[in-house]
Design a protein around this ligand. Sequence first.
Ligand code: PEP
Length: 257
Amino acid sequence: MRTPLIVGNWKMNKTASEAAAFVRELASRLTAGSQVDIVLVPPFTALESVRAALGPSSTIELGAQNLHWETQGAFTGEVSGPMLRDVGCTYVIVGHSERRTLFGERDGDIQKKVRAALVHGLRPILCIGESLQERETDRTDVIITAQLTAALAGLTAEELSTVTIAYEPVWAIGTGRAATIEQAVAVHRSIRACAAQGWSHSTASRMRILYGGSVTPQNAESLLFTEEIDGALVGGACLKVDSFATIIAAAQNKPLH
Ligand code: PEP
């Protein structure tokens, strides 16, 4: 059994005070003791206020949107793994398609970031996904496999067990056009098969694979009730308490497979 995981990626949204208000409202809306892991991923500047608003006993975890692979030094504008741990992060998103396309991150950078996250006790959420052109030219599987094997190269089975994969088709992110269940299931199966081939079946079967790309309160149930989809990485719909709480509730109702 893989515990469902819902991750809210705030991207470059919300000030520290807006973040704290959001967290208090969200916490008041959630029902206790449900079998869903929740991770909030605010911008760096709001990490501390989200941590404070969550309080020491919250089960909601904190994640960062990116990290640098070095520990410290002359890297203006960057943030390292130990800094993220110190502010309370337990997760970090690595290789988001916006980092790849807007900021030129390559597979080699992403591999170093995954390794740095693991070295510093952070659980990487590795984003992979094909562009529309790659899908339309039947290259989805090749692209997914290449991104996956490059980013995870050299990891032990134990290390891999702390990695979450987020399948995020680039054409579905922020477009309102989510993948169909069939499209998502096919890619999730390829990802698990690729992990089984590289490591083992039991390692692959424990790995959580999330879907991301235009997840909304309207489509969350159908996506999350699908056996192969272990949770969601949510962008736009995580910025409003109502819609994010509805998506979390859908994960809480996910049938046991
Ligand atoms: C994302 O940026 O990871 C994402 C999935 O965004 P959205 O939900 O807005 O498509």
